[in-house]
Design a protein. Structure first.
Ligand code: AMP
Length: 231
């Protein structure tokens, strides 16, 4: 099963993608998380990415496509993958199609988290992230039981530099200008599944479950015909 979770920043993709990946034994691939790790470690990739991420702009396609290739080649992606925050441009989407084709794979569905800009601004300004495991919380709607400490792994929670108000509006503009075009791209391929994401985490989770289960049912006859499993 290969899925893309698509939508504006703050739509709740990461929260849902991490839960689904854990529950279904799929690999979770989030280019934003990898960039933050690289920035924290001061690697060449991190040094290159920082100027873009801190101002809410997109890191150039060739850098991101190289990173996606590396992540896909790591062990653990065989059973299936959920991509979160990738692809974000048509160039990246075409590159992902080509990367998967090389591996004899293809996307099964693209779940579009549809949410208003107002809701996004509220979610991002209250978002807190675990420095250690990347889990996300919200000061009002999903606080950690342990205050400033992650209740999954004990790591410290912090506010992302790009979740501050001045960068959020830039990220939303970038989404409209560069990422929203992917909706038509995937709709034309018959892969797009729209979810109403202006709802509680539990309600969105139920919709995500239903979408993934419908995808698995559609996939089953194809997998049987090609002799592949239905991971
Ligand atoms: P995210 O955690 O997905 O919101 O990503 C945080 C930041 O990392 C974005 O605002 C971009 O600067 C950068 N980034 C993450 N994924 C991508 C991508 N697929 N293409 C370009 N830039 C990205």
């Amino acid at each position: 099963m290969r899925l893309v979770f698509l939508g504006p920043p703050g739509a709740g993709k990461g929260t849902q993608a991490m839960q689904q990946a854990e529950q279904r034994g799929l690999r979770y691939i989030a280019t934003g998380d990898e960039l933050r790790k690289a920035i924290a470690a001061g690697t060449p990739l991190g040094l290159q990415a920082k100027a873009y991420t801190s101002t809410g702009r997109l890191v150039p396609d060739e850098v991101i496509i190289g990173l996606a290739r590396e992540l896909l080649e790591q062990p653990g992606a065989e059973a299936g993958v959920i991509f979160d925050g990738f692809p974000r441009t048509i160039g990246q989407a075409e590159a992902l199609d080509a990367l998967l084709r090389e591996r004899g794979e293809a996307l099964d569905a693209v779940l579009y988290f549809d949410v208003s800009s107002d809701a996004v601004v509220k979610r991002l300004s209250g978002r807190r992230v675990c420095r250690q495991c990347g889990a996300t919380f919200h000061v009002e709607s999903l606080p950690s039981q342990r205050g400033d400490v992650c209740d999954r792994c004990g790591g410290a929670l912090y506010q992302r530099e790009d979740d501050r108000a001045e960068t959020v509006s830039r990220r939303l503009q970038v989404y409209q200008e560069q990422t929203a075009a992917l909706l038509d791209y995937y709709r034309a391929q018959g892969l797009l599944v729209r979810l109403q994401a202006d709802r509680s985490i539990a309600e969105v989770r139920a919709a995500v479950n239903a979408a993934i289960e419908a995808t698995a049912r559609r996939r089953a006859p194809k997998a049987a015909a090609t002799g592949q499993g239905s991971a």
